[in-house]
Write a protein that binds this ligand. Structure first.
Ligand SMILES: [Zn+2]
Length: 235
């Protein structure tokens, strides 16, 4: 999935995290990594993740942008919407600063362009509000949330079931992820986990430990990371 606005909803409390990504699977993996390692930038989300368990959370793609320039304005619309309802985990309610990774120069440029110039067309606006009013969440999430609102907590049994369902679908999700990754490699490109740009394999350093023998970061991002680490070390 590309150019999406997504939510990670705690089905037990109804609170949610809103984010956007050019490549959803990459972003999702980054979130999971940081949540589990307790290094996530959103402490509220991280705490809830460990308190309620991964099985209590559901991912939803709530909108797809036709163009990447629309992504941040769209995410912002959702942040505003859920912010007004007071059910956000995001402590930073400005789209583009919530990715969990430090913004690259490219991303920063995109954000400021989105803030300054890029007008969201009336057409796009209509689409955004239609999505927000309509399907927003999957039926699965809706059912779970309305069950919660009815004042009922999940029983331990139901939680076990919920987790089992997720675990059962894990191989399929993993297969999809792999297929996507292999298709990228076959096409002679790879997506950098930091800048999320699709780039030729030659842009990645060798890394014996990786399954594809290449670093997950592109050379440019690797260089930036090293530079920043050096700068921080000298401070
Ligand atoms: Zn990169």
């Amino acid at each position: 999935m590309h150019n999406v606005v997504y939510t990670l909803t705690n089905t037990l409390t109804g609170r949610l995290y809103v984010g956007s990504a050019e490549v959803f699977s990459v972003r999702q993996r980054a979130h999971l990594h940081h949540l589990n390692a307790r290094t996530h930038h959103c402490v509220y989300l991280e705490n809830a993740w460990h308190k309620y368990g991964a099985g209590a959370f559901v991912w939803d793609i709530i909108a797809t942008a036709e163009h990447v320039a629309l992504l941040l304005p769209m995410e912002q619309a959702y942040l505003d919407h859920y912010g007004r309802l007071g059910i956000l985990y995001n402590h930073c309610k400005v789209a583009g600063s919530t990715s969990g990774v430090k913004a690259t120069e490219e991303t920063k440029a995109k954000i400021s362009a989105a803030k300054k110039g890029t007008k969201v067309s009336d057409d796009a606006r209509a689409k955004i509000s239609a999505t927000m009013m309509g399907k927003g969440k999957s039926d699965d999430t809706k059912a779970k949330m309305s069950a919660y609102r009815a004042g009922r907590k999940y029983t331990e049994e139901e939680l076990v079931k919920l987790r089992a369902t997720r675990e059962a679908s894990a191989p399929q999700r993993e297969a999809e992820r792999r297929a996507y990754w292999e298709a990228q490699l076959a096409a002679g490109v790879k997506i950098c986990t930091v800048c999320e740009r699709s780039q030729p394999l030659s842009e990645f350093n060798r890394r014996v430990k990786s399954p594809d023998g290449l670093s997950p970061l592109c050379r440019t991002c690797k260089k930036n990371t090293r530079k920043k680490a050096k700068e921080n070390g000298n401070e």
